[in-house]
Design a protein around this ligand. Structure first.
Ligand code: FES
Length: 111
C-alpha cells in the first residue's frame, strides 16, 4: 500500500489516504474527492490532472515521457516536480507519496 498525502495549494495537508499498488494517482484523487479534473481517458490529452510532487518523492517516479512533458508545458503553475496524475501508477516500492494540488484546480464536484 502507498500512503498518499494530498496537500492544498497553500501547502497545508488536506488528507492522507491508503492506496493499493497498480492504482493511478488520478483515480486515488477522485476517490478522495480531491479537486483534480483530468479528462484524457488514457490517451493523455489534458493538463487538468496536473499535480506538484514533493521533491523528496519526485525521484522515485519513472521519468515523464516527452508527451507528458509537452502537456505539462501547458499546465498552470507548473514546477520542476510537476507531473500528470493520470500517468502516475502506484507501486509496491512506493510506501509514501506526497503531492500538492495546484492553485485554482477544480473538479466536477466543485471543490
Ligand atoms: S487526465 Fe490529464 S492527461 Fe490524462
Amino acid at each position: 500500500m502507498t500512503l498518499v498525502r494530498f496537500f492544498k495549494a497553500d501547502g497545508t495537508l488536506d488528507q492522507e489516504v491508503e492506496a493499493a499498488p497498480g492504482q493511478r494517482l488520478l483515480d486515488v484523487a477522485w476517490s478522495a474527492r480531491e479537486p483534480l479534473e483530468g479528462a484524457c481517458e488514457g490517451v493523455m490529452a489534458c493538463s487538468t490532472c496536473h499535480v506538484i510532487v514533493d521533491a523528496a518523492d519526485f525521484g522515485k517516479l519513472p521519468p515523464a515521457t516527452e508527451e507528458e512533458e509537452d502537456l505539462l508545458d501547458l499546465a498552470a503553475h507548473a514546477t520542476r516536480t510537476s507531473r500528470l496524475a493520470c500517468q502516475i501508477i502506484l507501486t509496491e516500492d512506493m510506501p509514501e507519496l506526497s503531492v500538492r494540488i495546484p492553485p485554482g484546480a477544480t473538479n466536477w464536484m466543485g471543490r
